[in-house]
Write a protein that binds this ligand. Structure first.
Ligand SMILES: Cc1ncc(COP(=O)(O)O)c(C=O)c1O
Length: 424
């Protein structure tokens, strides 16, 4: 459930009309609903209330500092995958003791920064990384708390670019090598084994892949304990999908968090273990929209194009993963629907948000909202075609705040220099 609804025919974020925000901020812009962000985190936590897990919000989904501060207020920690994300989480006031450091390619500098912050856990993804972490920790007279991210060789379904748990994927340590690696880590003075970690992908629309992966991992926990390791934590990653509102025939609705929780309780409760989760999309996806203005309506030879002022640099999911986003006219329009290809101004054929999308007759100047754009939207945006990053706006009831402003062109070029030999 989210708080983007029509009032008198106009799409609102909580109590503010998107038309009013567009007039105040200019288009395109991202708009987030604070009530929705909080609600999703509460629903997720409530599903596991009896277990008191660490819910480490996955910063990559939406890393705006204001969003992170809301997560902190809701009691969440953070799952980070870079020094930059670690910096953001700490800046937002999230304690190192609630931060999980994931990712296949942590640098030694990033490891050092995480150790200095008192990080809760490193999710180690290779033997080389284990050696590097041990070295960094010893050089700082520290001990790094670790889990190995194991690759359970399970297909998560959905788009191959966001599936991470198959043997051919780059993620995690090979299933067959896991026990040897734990045995090796146990001999190292710079690391302390705490748990096991798994994350099999994102936008997972059914329970079956989770079930297969988690059952395998539970078996591994039992085997490792039998080997003499004190496995006290189980990090089950993120990945629970959200409804993107696809019409019949498309991806169906993903399971409710309560059903996901039921499955996990069945598998994990007998282990008597502290659970960790890294949800991202499930928290922020439906808490945000991208608002854009129609620049032109173009009658092509074969189809009708709606050319909007947002582009693939602002929201790359359709171009990158063929992802579906609902598109709604901000003001209700009369008339029979007709199919539009919705495209941006970027010089790439792939700069297309939707094909043959039925919409009522639209005209230049109309506003449209790309729904479910709160996750992997602003976070994946770029300045391609030298388009400044778009503003992000947070709505709380009748109030709004610009939580990232639109930079000036001069800010885009501020870090660039001609080489000395050119300036003479
Ligand atoms: C290690 C890890 N944890 C958590 C997440 C968050 O996933 P999601 O946004 O699907 O919940 C991701 C994203 O792919 C990830 O790579």
């Amino acid at each position: 459930m989210h708080h983007f609804e029509r009032r008198d025919g106009v799409l609102h974020a909580e109590a503010i009309s998107l038309e009013r925000l567009a007039a105040a901020v200019g288009t395109p812009f991202y708009c987030y609903s604070e009530a929705t962000l909080r609600r999703h985190m509460r629903v997720f936590k409530a599903a596991f209330a009896d277990l008191d897990p660490l819910v480490a919000y996955s910063v990559k989904a939406n890393s705006n500092l204001a969003v992170l501060a809301i997560m902190r207020e809701e009691g969440a920690g953070a799952d980070v995958v870079s020094g930059g994300e670690l910096y953001r989480a700490l800046e937002a006031g999230i304690a190192g003791s609630k931060i999980v450091f994931s990712g296949v390619g942590k640098t030694k500098e990033e490891m050092a920064a995480a150790l200095d912050s008192g990080v809760f856990q490193f999710n180690v993804e290779s033997e080389n990384e284990l050696d590097a972490l041990n070295e960094v920790a010893l050089s700082r007279s520290a001990v790094a708390p670790i889990a190995f991210r194991v690759n359970p060789d399970v297909s998560a379904g959905g788009h191959e670019k966001i599936s991470t748990g198959k043997a051919e994927d780059k993620f995690g340590v090979a299933w067959t090598r896991a026990r040897d690696l734990y045995a090796r880590a146990a001999t190292m003075k710079g690391v302390a084994i705490k748990g096991v970690d798994v994350h099999i992908g994102s936008q997972i629309a059914e329970l079956a892949p989770f079930e297969r992966a988690f059952e395998r991992v539970a078996d591994l926990v039992r085997a490792l304990r039998a080997d003499g390791h004190a496995i006290e934590r189980l990090d089950l990653g993120g990945g629970l999908g959200i409804p993107y509102g696809e019409p019949a025939g498309g991806a169906g609705d993903p399971p409710h968090p309560d059903d996901y929780a039921g499955l996990i309780l069945r598998i994990a409760a007998p282990l008597d273990i502290r659970l960790i989760f890294e949800p991202g999309r499930m928290i922020v996806g439906n808490a945000g929209v991208l608002v854009s203005r129609v620049l032109y309506v173009k009658e092509g030879e074969a189809k009708k194009f709606l050319i909007v002022d947002a582009a693939m640099n602002d929201l790359i999911r359709p171009a990158l993963y063929d992802a579906y986003h609902g598109v709604k006219p901000v003001a209700l329009r009369e008339g029979d629907s007709e199919p539009y290809d919705i495209v941006g101004p970027i010089c790439e054929t792939g700069d297309r948000f939707a094909r043959a999308r039925p919409l009522p007759p639209m005209k230049a100047g109309d506003l449209v909202a790309f729904m479910s754009a709160g996750a992997y939207g602003a976070a994946q945006s770029s300045q391609y075609n030298s388009r400044p990053l778009v503003p992000e706006v947070l709505v709380n009831g009748e109030r709004f705040a610009i939580i990232r402003r639109r930079p000036a062109f001069s800010e885009m070029t501020a870090a660039e220099r001609n080489p000395e030999w050119k300036s003479a």
